[in-house]
Design a protein around this ligand. Structure first.
Ligand code: PDD
Length: 287
């Protein structure tokens, strides 16, 4: 039974309990992070904790812990886990209080941390790519906050699941924003196109890693708004996230993307990403 952290205690997952009046349960009033851990080393932990801070500020919730306290708690969960590679999920809610939309006078944040096994995408998926569908991005205008209130993302991702696909690529006012639970890149004529960070997308940690790798490898990058027509005419589409790393989208709305196979720029990026990750795992580089 995996060990989890809940409000100061380390306990088996089955024993962890929160109040039904928790504002996370009643209002979806909280924020979260998902941190990949390779060989028991959290990847880009400082960046994830910085984004957590930004999300907390975005919902006007005080950070219950210092950076060092977060690190200590996360590492303890990682050490107790039965896997070498895992995803650490953490969430902070505005805690239990009588139901009232306005913030409670007495704040007691709920802090929860758990780990679950993380397996790299299977070889076949990396070599063949995945399919995606498109949908209108009907979420709120603070998609930069990693809020636990994910109902729009859940409904949008289900459109992909209904079609037997991996992701729903979101279009707002004619432009690409991101995926239901990933960031999206397009490649045209060898140039990687990435939508700029804004309130309309989550600033992905993997997005940053991919842009860093591209620049380090001399792959041309343009960070600029990407029109829906460019998504549909792309030679390659990629999705990135902490749990899926970088994957090629080879079919979109039932039509092949480019030649319908993971393209050369994807293959270079995927290989470089693995090297980058493994270098971090061996502790040879500060990630
Ligand atoms: N989701 N955009 C959205 C809407 C996301 O939910 C995620 C990640 C990303 C990618 O961000 P990162 O590279 O930092 O993981 C982009 C996580 C994995 C989840 O909800 O499980």
């Amino acid at each position: 039974m995996p060990l989890v952290y809940l409000n100061g205690d380390y306990l088996p997952l089955e024993e962890a309990r929160v109040s039904v009046l928790d504002r996370g349960f009643v209002f979806g009033d909280g924020v979260y992070e998902v941190i990949p851990v390779y060989d028991r080393r959290p990847f880009r932990l400082a960046e994830h904790l910085a984004r957590l801070q930004a999300s907390l500020e975005g919902i006007r919730l005080a950070n219950p812990h210092t950076r060092a306290e977060w690190e200590g708690r996360i590492l303890r969960i990682v050490e107790a886990a039965e896997w070498e590679d895992m995803g650490v999920y953490l969430q902070v809610t505005r805690g239990p209080a009588p139901r009232d939309h306005a913030f409670p006078k007495q704040l007691r944040q709920t802090v929860f941390i758990m780990a679950s096994p993380l397996t790299a995408p299977p070889r076949a998926l990396v070599e063949e790519g995945v399919c995606a569908v498109t949908a209108a991005d009907n979420r709120w205008l603070r998609c930069d906050i990693k809020a636990i209130a994910l109902l729009p993302n859940v409904l949008l991702r289900q459109l992909a699941a209904d079609a037997g696909c991996a992701e729903t690529i979101l279009i707002r006012d004619g432009y690409l924003t991101e995926g239901a639970a990933s960031n999206i890149f397009a490649v045209k004529d060898g140039v990687v196109l990435a939508p700029p960070k804004s309130n309309l997308m989550l600033p992905g940690i993997t997005y940053d890693v991919v842009l860093e790798i591209a620049r380090g490898q001399g792959i041309p990058v343009e960070v600029r708004p990407v029109a829906e027509a460019e998504v549909r005419a792309a030679d390659e589409l990629w999705l990135t996230s902490s749990t899926k790393e970088v994957m090629a989208v080879t079919r979109l709305d039932g039509r092949p993307v480019g030649e319908g196979r993971p393209g050369p720029v994807f293959r270079a990026m995927h290989a470089a990403y693995q090297v980058f990750k493994h270098t971090v795992m061996r502790g040879k580089a500060q990630a």
